[in-house]
Ligand binder design. Structure first.
Ligand code: NDP
Length: 278
């Protein structure tokens, strides 16, 4: 099992489980819950959700999936920017706790930067942490300059992570954001790591690398995302078969020859690229 350590907290598996689009009728609810539980059994014990996913339905589904095993799991949720005022953050957190049927969130993120001053949100997150309602906090969709501003904000250095879009088609952050986070000792979280199950998984380069290892293209994308030991990938899988594949990707190590194929198809950035966001 590959474990990533937060600077100020527990280690988590390098692959977790996303839940955007769950509980929205794309798959049977029971199947989605089963898929999450199979993932927990296989060591994908970090689960990522947000108050906005399905208008709270994703958090409710996660709460149901976690029943009876909360203590073995690491729950990530997010406050919407429109709620990220002093009082709004606290209210949003309380509502998330209810939907998740838990008394704490392990890692609570500001979903993206909005209109409220960073200092106000950071202060509210710090207070929630002191009360033990969240164990760590972080941000999402912050570019390097946002992270630098956060570090200069009172209390901002407690930020545990930045959750960003990262997969072979979206490598812009390799230029400065990911190196900056590594220097700061801050793990990154990679969202949409299998390109939302789209054209990335049909790309010839992924098929070639997958063929060398006898694995699937999605497993190659996941091994790519977590290869440097400072990234946690959070693929969403509503099917048990996909979850099993994703868990097995924890044991796939890409070699120089594999990276040469991927670099040729998806060249790493040679200059600053503004952060892409979904
Ligand atoms: P992903 O890259 O995780 O893609 C999910 C899609 O890929 C689903 O259709 C899924 O199918 C399919 N899939 C998963 N595993 C496999 C596999 N092994 N083989 C083939 N297909 C597979 O995209 P997401 O956008 O969902 O990102 C992951 C998570 O990141 C989200 O669920 C959410 O938790 C988080 N996120 C955060 C954002 C932010 O702003 N902070 C933005 C976007 C996402 P199926 O369900 O049928 O198994």
């Amino acid at each position: 099992m590959r474990i990533i350590d937060f600077a100020d907290g527990d280690g988590v598996p390098a692959i977790g489980q996303g839940t955007w689009m769950m509980a929205e009728g794309h798959q049977l609810r029971d199947e989605e819950i089963k898929a999450l539980r199979v993932g927990f059994d296989l060591g994908l014990t970090l689960v990522d959700t947000a108050e906005i996913y399905g208008g709270g339905a994703s958090e409710e589904l996660v709460g149901e999936a976690m029943e009876g095993r909360r203590d073995e799991l690491f729950v990530v949720s997010k406050v919407a920017p429109s709620h990220a005022s002093s009082l709004g953050t606290i209210r949003a957190l309380e509502a998330s706790l209810k939907r998740l049927r838990t008394d704490r969130i392990d890692l609570y993120l500001l979903h993206w930067r909005g209109g409220f001053p960073l200092a106000e949100t950071v202060d509210a997150l710090g207070r929630l942490r002191q009360e033990g309602k969240i164990l760590m906090w972080g941000v999402s969709n912050f570019d390097t300059d946002d992270m630098q501003e956060l570090m200069e904000t009172p209390g901002g250095r407690a930020c545990a992570t930045n959750q960003i879009l990262y997969n072979p088609e979206e490598r812009g952050t390799e230029y400065d954001l990911l190196p900056w986070m590594r220097r700061e000792g801050m793990p990154a979280m990679a969202y949409s790591p299998v390109g939302q199950g789209g054209s990335l998984l049909r790309h010839e380069a992924l098929a070639r690398v997958a063929g060398r290892h006898g694995v699937s293209p999605a497993q190659v994308a996941l091994a790519f995302a977590i290869r440097d030991g400072n990234v946690i990938a959070i693929p969403k899988a509503g099917t048990q078969e996909h979850v099993r594949q994703n868990a097995a990707a924890l044991h796939l190590h890409l070699e120089a020859e594999d990276m040469a194929v991927l670099d040729a198809a998806f060249p790493p950035p040679s200059r600053k690229v503004p952060l892409s966001i979904i």
